[in-house]
Ligand binder design. Structure first.
Ligand SMILES: Nc1ncnc2c1ncn2[C@@H]1O[C@H](COP(=O)(O)OP(=O)(O)OP(=O)(O)O)[C@@H](O)[C@H]1O
Length: 451
């Protein structure tokens, strides 16, 4: 790290000049606070190590100056035995930690290693946020139709409160995006947003994923694990596909929502958590309650404020704007087209039923951006099955013979249309498992992408 050391003790100055480079750091040594402040004006430092009691300018003032000039600079305070209270005050001013003099080089090295680990984690975090932004685009909720305007109004009203929110809508309508918007517009915005897909976690692991576990609490629990509720402390946890939560976990979740306390698997004590809960499902929870698949008390606990997301076919007038937004996501550095889509392409997109909603539109636009070198996107750039489905009923005979695979995909898409994109229902109707349905859909999008 690039370090600044400030202390008026000459012997310490000499030691640090020698020892810090031996630990792999570059160091600027200053004899007092004012010299340190001048050095801070000139250069950026990863970490500063300052004595509290220096002539001219105190260590606390040096830390304040460093934080003001470069908030990511970490500070460590060196203090005599009698001034621990002042060291604690320095922690309140944003210092990372303090060392009591005399300290050993081993102690100092261990502390600097912790600072370095924190910096590396912070860098990794920013790199991931950057990568996620590139993949997902700026999380902006596009749509001007009345249905989407109402969604925006609901978000604006509920976000600043701490209420639990239930987001309802078909698959791919943007439920996670709405959950993020609720978080971003709340006072918790600077804190973590943790999304959990309750349907994707194996039943045996859900509890430890959500609440954490103690080392050795079950076979395979080789280490202590912090649960996602704790990871989200101060922020928001988004429980996606809440309808898929097994009944045993529904009871435990209800207890957490009511008491705001969690108990890690294998531990007896409880831990308070300050987390806002946002849930989402594409399923009808009332029907699930009637069929005893979902606890009624949990439903009433989470549905205090519901946001219903319209399907894409209920807001087809948003399609051109959404398509333009998605086009820029897939071509961030490409030249903007004058007309992003031809009238024919817009018509074809508007005529489609969109069982997979905006996610399906995103796939279609990604496909089109691969085929279309220069704008605008026309019908010929849309996926084959998509074009074929525009020709309904009797027109199919004009297509000529279809392969078995194409016939199969046609049956799948028709079933998805009939069930408004509900994949479990389509799989049941087609007599295949949900996993097989996903495999066939993935194979088909893979084939289209390579076509
Ligand atoms: N209104 C919107 N504006 C911009 N992009 C959107 C909008 N709605 C959805 N998307 C995009 O569509 C994709 C699917 O959205 P998201 O994952 O939020 O849907 P979902 O309803 O949570 O899906 P699932 O039920 O399958 O979990 C994402 O890439 C998202 O960015």
């Amino acid at each position: 790290m690039t370090m600044l050391f400030a202390d008026d003790e000459r012997s310490l100055q000499e030691i640090m000049k020698l020892e810090l480079p031996l630990m792999g750091h570059r160091v600027t040594v200053c004899p007092d606070g004012l010299t340190a402040a001048a050095a801070l004006e000139k250069d950026n430092f990863d970490c500063i190590l300052v004595d509290l009691d220096m002539p001219g300018m105190s260590g606390i003032d040096v830390i304040a100056k460093a934080k003001q000039l470069c908030p990511s600079t970490e500070a460590i305070v060196l203090t005599g035995k009698g001034t621990v209270d002042t060291a604690i005050a320095a922690l309140r001013h944003g210092a990372f930690d303090y060392l009591t003099k005399p300290c050993t080089m081993v102690e100092l090295e261990a502390l600097l290693k912790r600072v370095q680990d924190k910096r590396e984690l912070t860098n990794k975090y920013y790199a991931l946020v950057h990568r996620l932004k590139n993949i997902e685009g700026t999380p902006k909720l596009i749509g001007d139709t009345p249905g989407m305007k109402q969604v925006q109004t609901m978000i604006a009203k509920v976000a600043p409160t701490d209420s639990t929110v239930l987001i309802l809508g078909e698959t791919g309508t943007g439920k996670e995006l709405v959950a993020r918007a609720v978080h971003e517009n709340s006072t918790r915005a600077g804190k973590p947003f943790v999304a959990v897909n309750c349907g994707a976690l194996p039943e045996t692991l859900i509890e430890s994923e959500l609440f954490g576990h103690a080392k050795g609490s079950f076979t395979g629990a080789d280490d202590h694990r912090t649960g996602l509720f704790e990871v989200a402390t101060g922020g928001t946890i988004f429980l996606d596909e809440i309808g898929e939560l097994p009944k045993s976990m529904q009871a435990k979740l209800l207890r957490v929502l009511e008491s705001r306390e969690i108990r890690r698997v294998g531990e007896n004590k409880t831990v308070m958590v300050d987390v806002r809960v946002v849930c989402a499902t594409h399923r009808n929870l009332e029907e699930m309650v009637a069929e005893e698949e979902f606890r009624e008390d949990l439903m009433y606990r989470i549905n205090t404020f519901e946001i219903h997301l319209p399907s894409l076919r209920e807001r087809i007038d948003d399609i051109p704007q959404l398509a333009g937004h998605l086009l820029r996501r897939f071509r961030p550095s490409g030249k903007a087209f004058d007309h992003e889509l031809t009238d024919g392409a817009v018509q074809a997109l508007k005529a489609h039923v969109w069982p997979g909603n905006v996610r399906e539109l995103a796939n279609v636009i990604e496909h089109a951006t691969i085929l279309c070198d220069a704008g605008p996107i026309d019908t010929e750039h849309l996926p084959q099955h998509f074009n074929r489905r525009q020709l309904s009923g009797g027109a199919k005979s004009q297509l000529g013979p279809m392969t078995l695979r194409e016939l199969e995909m046609e049956a799948i898409h028709q079933s998805l249309d009939r069930h408004a994109g509900n994949k479990p229902k389509a799989a049941e109707e087609l007599g295949i498992s949900l996993k097989t349905l996903y495999n066939k859909l993935n194979q088909s999008s893979g084939l289209e992408k390579s076509a």
